[in-house]
Design a protein around this ligand. Structure first.
Ligand code: ADP
Ligand code: MG
Length: 292
């Protein structure tokens, strides 16, 4: 590729919401066969809201929500905001936790108002010795609806099942359709519950799903998609997407995402519009055709 052609390609790119941080990406993108997306904050808005809360026998809804929201004031996960907001909507007290510890990829635990409080995925609860089977039917139904089931534990007992739902970005369906129209496969990599991830994938027509991936497992998920020499582009927004962005054949960061993600990416989708991914690939193909 001559520098002049790359300049033409990248100039046009700016108009299409694509910023090439590395010139090689323009060349690498034409060979991509799979575009893998992070779910939360990339395919979705990353602004979940609480949709369901069911307490176990002996627990009071508002009390459970107040304790869990208090714990979440110390968490940086988008789910935390959904839970705090729900407590505020109900005008509940949200005290400061006395003890807090984050369990990345699992949830959080600590002490609030003298009570032991835990919140997170089923794998957190199972690891803490809770039996979540009483909520199995409900968790299954929530997952089928594309909602993410979470659990609360209080004073050593399973206290509630909570669900959050994160709206799909308005431009996501068109972005996926456009990538399919270019003849590529679409994959999703997420830490979320398998059933939830599969329901969302089915709804969006996504071809391959890697769910319940731990924060440091995203690289491995990209490598698995690269098996057999397939070229993989990965699109993500978060701090924990940075290693996967670097490991992919081409890493595309969502504009407005975290700085760490942007610094690890080859390409930035400046408007935060996922259709930029398709534009980048189409542009790469057109530019490389001109050069030859
Ligand atoms: P994702 O970006 O897909 O949410 P994470 O690795 O950040 O992936 O989290 C995986 C799962 O762990 C979440 O889907 C959720 O079930 C649980 N989790 C993580 N942090 C929290 C939190 N602060 N509050 C409740 N649940 C959490
Ligand atoms: Mg994300």
């Amino acid at each position: 590729a001559t520098p002049t052609s790359i300049m033409v390609g990248t100039g046009r790119a700016a108009e299409l919401g694509v910023l090439f941080r590395k010139g090689e990406a323009l060349q690498a993108l034409q060979g991509v066969e799979v575009v893998a997306f992070d779910k939360t904050g990339t395919l979705t808005e990353g602004r979940p809201r609480l949709t369901d809360l069911t307490v176990a026998a002996g627990f009071i809804e508002d009390e459970v929500l107040s304790l869990v929201a208090a714990l979440e004031t110390r968490s940086e996960h988008p789910i935390a905001r959904a839970i705090i907001q729900a407590a505020e909507t109900r005008s509940l007290a949200v005290p400061e936790p006395e003890v807090f510890s984050s369990r990345p990829g699992f949830g959080a635990e600590g002490r609030v108002a003298g009570r032991a409080v835990q919140v997170g995925a089923d794998r957190l609860m199972i690891g803490l010795g809770h039996d979540v089977s009483a909520f199995a039917d409900q968790a299954e139904r929530l997952g089928e609806e594309g909602k993410s089931p979470l659990y609360a534990g209080i004073d050593g007992r399973l206290a509630a099942i909570i669900a959050v739902a994160d709206p799909i970005r308005a431009t996501t369906p068109a972005a996926i359709a456009a990538i399919h129209a270019l003849g590529l496969k679409v994959a999703m990599i997420t830490g979320d519950n398998r059933r939830t991830a599969e329901a969302v994938a089915r709804h969006l027509g996504i071809d391959e799903v890697r769910a319940e991936v731990l924060p440091d497992g995203k690289v491995e998920a990209v490598r698995a998609l690269q098996a057999g020499g397939r070229r993989v582009a990965f699109v993500g927004d978060g701090v924990n997407d940075a290693p996967a962005l670097a490991a992919a054949d081409v890493g595309l960061a969502v504009g407005g995402g975290t700085d760490v993600a942007i610094e690890s990416a080859d390409v930035v989708l400046t408007g935060g519009d996922l259709r930029g991914a398709m534009n980048a690939i189409a542009l790469s193909r057109a530019t490389m055709r001109n050069i030859r």
